[in-house]
Design a protein around this ligand. Structure first.
Ligand SMILES: Cc1cc2nc3c(=O)[nH]c(=O)nc-3n(C[C@H](O)[C@H](O)[C@H](O)COP(=O)(O)O)c2cc1C
Length: 357
């Protein structure tokens, strides 16, 4: 390969990796990600290519510097391209070019039509207003909001794993756990015990009042729309894979076996902690469980309930000396597909990574 080809390839690489850095930067900003390794890696590639580019054109750069600094003792070597020096833009041309570019950018910014304001773009705000009690709720009362579904989801015919009794553990007090809780994104190697997972699931969505079926986290109308799935990477006595938490039996249903570290990281927009944590709890909602009764307010309640459960998991993890991190930034379709959910009747809402720290 000739040197000219290499230079063109480097420039192409610079353009592509620069574009990648910019795009992943936008994604980071859009989703408010704390860490995004794809962005960082693209940055390293960009910087390496830029360094290579600089090294290959070192003669030109030094010639330019010599000229600009005007040091006579730094005279260019006779073989250093005099022609290239001539091609360098003069100071005046540079000034005009910079002024025109700045002016162009300013005009472009001024003349580009403004995007719609958040008031018109934010569907959430519209939903919030629409779901207030008022005229719309009178109208919505006339609609058929469908039947009440089964309270518990089951996967018939799949292998089941009984979970140990979660009660009796004495970790940090509530006050201590609240003080100590932090989102932890780095985890130590090793496995979680089945007891630890059992306690996490009990805190998340377990039954605490068996006679009435009431659970650890509150639920509007005790309708419990949230399902809990566990993506297991490393738990003693469990094969890696996906499990569904069968609430009434306090057991796990094994719905898929396999190493899903890359798949869940990918679905989590490259957030590496999702593959490093020993487990990822995924909360989904079966919307109809709440919708048949609370109609247009159902969506509010469902999200609030996922939040209650998320906090229970955080505190239970902290109390056991584990680390947790909530994740709201993920690719919904990819995560739904991973769990074989249709994304409409039942959709994923929240991931909570839990691991050893
Ligand atoms: C709804 C929600 C979504 C979140 N999504 C992410 C996420 O996608 N990635 C992440 O690293 N942290 C995420 N977090 C964690 C927050 O960044 C974290 O709670 C915040 O920085 C405050 O830190 P603390 O939890 O240690 O108090 C999320 C937290 C909440 C409540």
């Amino acid at each position: 390969m000739r040197r000219g080809d290499v230079e063109y390839l480097i420039i192409l690489g610079l353009c592509l990796s620069g574009l990648y850095v910019a795009t992943t930067g936008l994604v980071m900003d859009l989703f408010g990600l704390h860490r995004f390794l794809w962005h960082a890696y693209a940055g390293y590639v960009f910087v390496s290519l830029a360094a290579l580019h600089l090294a290959l054109h070192w003669d030109r750069v030094t010639a330019y510097l010599r000229r600009r600094l005007g040091r006579s003792r730094m005279r260019p070597r006779p073989d250093v391209r005099a022609r290239e020096l001539e091609r360098l833009p003069s100071g005046r041309r540079q000034l005009i070019l910079a002024t025109l570019t700045g002016l162009g950018g300013f005009l472009l910014g001024r003349l580009t039509p403004r995007p719609p304001t958040w008031e018109s773009a934010d569907l959430g705000q519209r939903y919030h207003a629409w779901s207030k009690p008022g005229a719309s709720s009178l109208l919505s009362a006339a609609l058929d909001w469908g039947p009440r579904p089964e309270p518990y989801k089951r996967y018939p015919g799949v292998p089941r794993v009984a979970l140990p009794d979660p009660r009796g553990f004495r970790g940090l007090s509530v006050e201590e756990a609240i003080e100590a809780r932090r989102s932890r994104r780095e985890y130590a190697p090793g496995a979680l015990s089945l007891e630890q997972l059992s306690r996490l699931l009990h805190a998340a969505n377990g039954i605490t009042a068996p006679s009435r079926g009431f659970r650890s986290a509150p639920s509007a109308g005790a309708l419990y729309p949230i399902e809990t799935y566990v993506i297991v990477h490393q738990v003693a006595q469990l094969q890696p894979g996906i499990y569904h938490y069968l609430v009434p039996e306090h057991a796990l249903e094994q719905i898929r076996v396999g190493d899903l570290r890359s798949a869940v990281t990918l679905a989590g927009i490259g957030q590496e902690m999702l593959g490093q944590a020993q487990v990822c709890l995924v909360l989904s909602a079966i919307f109809q469980r709440t919708r048949w009764k609370y109609r247009e307010r159902a969506y509010r309640y469902i999200l609030l309930e996922a939040g209650h459960i998320g906090q229970n998991v955080y505190l239970a993890a902290t109390s056991m000396g584990l680390g947790a991190c909530a994740v709201g930034a993920f690719l919904d379709d990819m995560l739904n597909e991973l769990l074989s959910l249709d994304g409409e009747e039942e959709a994923t809402l929240y991931i909570i990574a839990v691991g050893r720290v």
